[in-house]
Each structure stands twice: as C-alpha cells, then as structure tokens.
Design a protein around this ligand. Structure first.
Ligand SMILES: [Zn+2]
Ligand SMILES: [Zn+2]
Length: 337
C-alpha cells in the first residue's frame, strides 16, 4: 500500500528517504522543500519546486490525474505544510462560498422586478440591516470558526481521513454526499427543535430569529453555541462517519461543506420562484420551507428535506395546518369506511 492514508508518519518518512536518494543520485529533487506533503506517494520524478506553477508542472506530468487532482496535489505540495494548507483552504473556501452565494441574493433584493417572488414581500431588508448582519457573520467566522478549522486536519488525520491524489470514484463521492445530507437533516431537525424550548431559545436561538423575514446573510447569523451545535451536523457527523468507516476523502467533505453552505444561504434567501428546486423534488425544503419557520417562529425545523416535519406534523404556517387537517380528515374517513 502506498501513502494513501496521507497521514502516516512512516509513509512520509519513506517519501523523504526516496527524496534523499534521488537527491544524491540526480540532484533534481525538491531541494527547497523541508516537509514533504503526503498528498502523493511518489515524488521521485519531480524537479525543483519554488512556485505553485513549478508544483503544477510536476503533477501535470502524471497522466492518470485529472485537472482538479493536479491543482489539488500541486497546492499541497507547494504549501509544504499539510495542516496549514488544509486550514487555509477551508477558511478561504468558507468565505468565498458563503459570501459568494449571498451576493446574488443581495443584488436580487435591489432589483424591483424580483419583488413578485419575495415570500414576505412587504419585509425587504434595508442596506443597513444587510451590512450589520454581514459584519456580525464575518466577525463570527474570524473569532469562532478559525480555531476549529485550524484543528480540522490534525483531527481528521487521527481518524484516518485521506487527502491524497487521485480522488475517490465519483460514485463513492456522490453516495457519501447523499448520506451526509440525510444525516445532517435529521441532526438539524432535532437540535433546532430543541433550541426552541424555553431557556435554549431565550439564551441561544433567539439571535437567529432576529429577522422574521430572512435574507441570504442571515444563514449563519447565530449565537456561537448554536453555530457549534448545528455545525456538528455539518462537520462532526462526517468525522464520526470517517471514524467508523475509515473511508472519507477531504475532497468529499469540502464538496459537502460547499453544498451545505449553498443550501443554508438559499433557504434564507426569502425568494420562492416557479423554478425553485422543491417544485421538481417535492421533499426538498428550500426557502419556501424555512421562511415559514422564521415568519411563524415555530415549526418547519429541518434543514434540507421536508420529511421529518411532514411525518411528525411540525410543518409551520397555514400550509402546514392545512396539510395536517387534510391528513386527519383522510384518516377519519378511512376509519368510517
Ligand atoms: Zn428556529
Ligand atoms: Zn434560519
């Protein structure tokens, strides 16, 4: 077995030995690197690396890798420190994906044409509200999330997560993404429902409900304890999955976090379009589902799917009430027959 664990110190040592041997015989190895990344299992044919372009040129010579894998490999190799590479990558990815996804919703809020699609059309957020919310979220990212992001690589290393190239097969990646969506949705439903009880609501969850008509930036506007508890569903559950299966790649979890960020921001967008996903995938929650939660302060607790709220009769608002009445009417009629 090569260095596919990516975190095996013996394996890293092996790479270094190969490097040293190559150095003494050809003098073409990576003399500028001191801490060889475990992203790849054979650097013996690599030439000098001082820039990212150098690193990419080396990975570009491996015909079995696709472009994404070459960029990924070159990045880790060039960074020359796997912990810093993952920490920086996760932090930048979070900021770019979150604020990048919020921006189109902010622009849509400024265009009167889209008003007809706004769910709570009389409650348009002001620029001051958007700015204040954005600042608070940004502050939380720097103050609260930097530390867990930093420790992510060492923890995942301990439980056997891989980050080397090539990536796993797409079928495996897609299957794991689907599993994480289902698991996170269940976690979110019960935790969120619990956060609506008495003191939990008063001291923790109330902050997230400051805006009865949500907008993109409000997705992560929450008390740090809530960020940690609900964040466990996004990051903690895949880590538990990895602990038991020893079968998870950092690329898969990066994709999962991007998709989860998109889902959260879209659910808070405040817009319902004829082309919204839940019209085609009826169990998908979307903004239609979560806006009702913010509007009525109760019910519709799940994040991605509607099944928990449907089965347990906790759908919010008049639509939920109507669905419950219809269901009990059908049940009563069946009993009579
Ligand atoms: Zn809530
Ligand atoms: Zn919300």
């Amino acid at each position: 077995m090569g260095c596919i664990s990516g975190f095996d110190s013996v394996c890293v040592l092996h790479i270094k030995t190969v490097q040293q041997q190559t150095h003494s015989s050809t003098c073409t190895c990576i003399s500028t690197l001191t801490n060889i990344s475990a992203v790849f299992n054979d650097y013996s044919s690599f030439s000098n690396v001082t820039t990212f372009a150098d690193a990419y040129r080396n990975f570009n010579q491996i015909p079995t890798l696709n472009v994404l894998e070459k960029v990924w490999g070159a990045y880790y190799y060039w960074m020359n420190n796997d912990i810093i590479a993952t920490g920086l990558f996760f932090f930048v990815m979070h900021e770019v994906m979150y604020f990048g996804r919020c921006l189109p919703w902010y622009i849509i809020d400024q265009i009167p044409y889209f008003r007809k699609y706004k769910i709570q059309d009389t409650k348009l957020p002001s620029n001051a509200e958007q700015w204040e919310c954005m600042k608070s979220v940004l502050m939380s990212h720097f103050m609260v999330e930097v530390l867990p992001i930093w420790f992510f690589h060492p923890i995942s290393a301990k439980i056997g997560m891989t980050f080397d190239v090539p990536f796993p097969a797409w079928t495996k990646v897609l299957t794991q993404l689907a599993i994480f969506f289902v698991l996170e949705d269940a976690w979110h439903y019960w935790l969120h429902r619990g956060l609506h009880y008495g003191v939990f609501y008063k001291y923790i969850h109330k902050q997230h409900h400051r805006y009865a008509a949500p907008f993109g930036f409000t997705a992560e506007y929450a008390h740090p304890v809530e960020v940690a508890l609900l964040g466990m569903g996004t990051v903690g559950l895949p880590l538990i999955w990895c602990y038991f299966t020893h079968d998870l790649h950092l690329f898969t979890i990066s994709l999962w976090i991007c998709l989860r960020l998109f889902q959260a921001v879209d659910a808070h967008s405040g817009y319902e379009f004829p082309w919204s996903l839940h019209h085609f995938v009826p169990f998908w929650a979307g903004a239609d589902h979560h806006d009702e939660h913010h509007h009525h302060f109760i019910g519709s607790y799940a994040s991605s799917f509607r099944w928990w709220d449907f089965v347990l009769g906790t759908e919010a608002g008049p639509k939920g009430k109507e669905a419950r009445e219809t269901a009990s009417k059908v049940a009563a009629e069946k009993k009579v027959q």
